[in-house]
Design a protein around this ligand. Sequence first.
Ligand code: 5GP
Length: 181
Amino acid sequence: MMEKIVLHDKTFKPFIPYAKLEAAIDSVARRINADYEGSKDIPILLCILNGSVMFTAELMKRLNFDLQLVSMKLSSYSGTQSSGVIKQVMGLTSPVNGRRVIIVEDIVDTGNTIVELKRILEEQGASDVKICTMLLKPEVYDKPVKLDYVGMEIPNAFIVGFGLDYDELGRNYKDIYVIDQ
Ligand code: 5GP
């Protein structure tokens, strides 16, 4: 069994094992494939750096239609709290004008990030924007924006691993850990 881990000044305990994440990703991929298989266009898979890197890689392997990978970097979290202010640290690596876009997020918490992302993509002329998130905190999410593909719902607690960090540490763990209060 996985052990507790220490990152900076905090301890985290095992929460979601990799096998469970894989099963959730299989399910999300099946749903996306059903919606996009046989498309005549080339949809964009938009990886939101850095947190979504692992999820995007795992998801991409399972998608069986032609797609283009585009990235962008946002930041809203500082420490274990959402600041509410979303900074665009790096813009879109390719134009999205006239394209269908699937946003790939690691986790939706307050939803501020995806609301801002949707606004940016629509402003940039995307023809359709879908949201895919590995994890959702339903107790916190209070936005009217529809989440098209959700891997798993989790309670409102701070987690790390599988791409998610605590002040840049913890992203490389393949399992997910939750803060040990
Ligand atoms: P939102 O804008 O929905 O409040 O927050 C979304 C972003 O905040 C995520 O993409 C992620 O970077 C970060 N975030 C939200 N909850 C957590 C969490 O429990 N752990 C970590 N490490 N980051 C989180």
